[in-house]
Design a protein. Sequence first.
Length: 516
Amino acid sequence: MPTPTQRNFFLSRGFLFVRCMTVLTIVLAVSAGAPGQSTATLQGTVTDPSNAAVANATVVIRSVSTGVEHRTATDSAGAYFIPGLLPDVYRVEVTASGFRKFVVRDLKLDVATTVSENAHLVVGAVTQEIDVTGGVPLVDTSTVSVGQVIEDKTVQDIPLNGRHFVDLVNLVPGTVTAPQNGFLADPLAGLGQLGVDTAGQRENTTNWLVNGINLNDELQNQVTFQPSIDTVAEFKVDNSTFPAEYGRNSGAIVNIATRSGTNTYHGTAFEYIRNNFFDARNYFNPVGVPQSKFNRNNFGADFGGPIRKNKAFFFLSYEGLRQKQGITLDTPLPPPGSTSTSTAITNLLKLLPQPNGTIPIKGGGTQPAFLGSATLPVNLDIGTADLSFNFTQKDQLHGYYAIEVDHRFEPQAGGLDTFPGWGDTRDARRQLLTIDESHQFATSLTNDVRLGFNRVHITFLPNGVFDPATEGLGLPPGVPTGVGLPLINVLGNFAIGSPQGDPEGRGDTTVFWRIR
């Protein structure tokens, strides 16, 4: 670990470089076509007993949880079309003069789906009703897309180690966990895996959307961050023949809808605790060597309800993670007292820890080794706010904001550094904003305006911070001057030094808008 003097030296000499990298890598992208559909659509036809079209029939759809209504009328062909519906359970009423009221109860509309509900009216008084219970169609004839919706009950109730919603994508047929030798496929400590393989596509070809707004890391083409599982209402994975409106990537479309408040107040609080007291000892962490620590506290709360009944709603959440994990090390070392004709190598040997054990070597025998652990702490905080307003039956506004701040200490930095005190520290701030405004100008004319931004800012600061030119190592200064010891990897044995590319950082902001 660097001393305060070393850390101050780095900040004064190296932080300017990090800031320059951050400023120079800002990306601004404006797109009118990239955001996809994240709401549901209801459509159908209304006919009389002779199967003739009923024009000007009134169709009203009402949310069971919020009481929000949408109203339209059928055209001359008896058809109706209601877009922009938030995923929910609805009640549908169809009325026309001279016919009984046609009522569909408990109709479930999922994210990014189109549901057809046809009404066959019967002659009679409008005060009489024909009740139909809503169901899921066996075959969706409204689209050629192949995919699956992971519903709210599964998202909220299924046991999920780590509380990472990306793991739920593996429930979709044709999806597998990305291999660890894939592109950026290794799970990150505390953050989980940021990609999956589905329908034969690579993990970096998936298009991640929240409320129709891009959640892709524009540099690495993975999900920027995982929204708290408590804020995910449901999501749909389209992994074949999805509509061209999504674009951007060749892989699957993962479309996430966030939770909103309802007409009743509700909230939850939780804490999950794990530690090495319940774990078996690692095989490479033998008795006599302190057991690698593992302490994980995952906690949070959420609360939602009406601001004004049937009109305005809120849903707030917070989730925190405090994790301290020991990485078991069994690193081979040169025999004690080893020297070299090179002054630089002799000085580098002084930076290595003393052997405290042995490990077997190929062909028999043992070799001196360092047995112990390096600490990998993770601190993470996620806060979200979801607001929805029903100004009139023809005008609705929905907004969602999420911010994640995480701090990670990577002692091995990709597995190359094999002694405590090296690696790097990674601080990140990730943000997402989505705003959707829908206005119905007429029964056959609806306008939807959607905008938002996706922001990630991250820095990588080496832990072993000192100037090799002034520490008596006999090495040239680092690049840029004096920011740390360059990475020195002795293949098959050990590595010391700062990770390649450190110090570095970037700040990418992607803005999206769509009018349709």
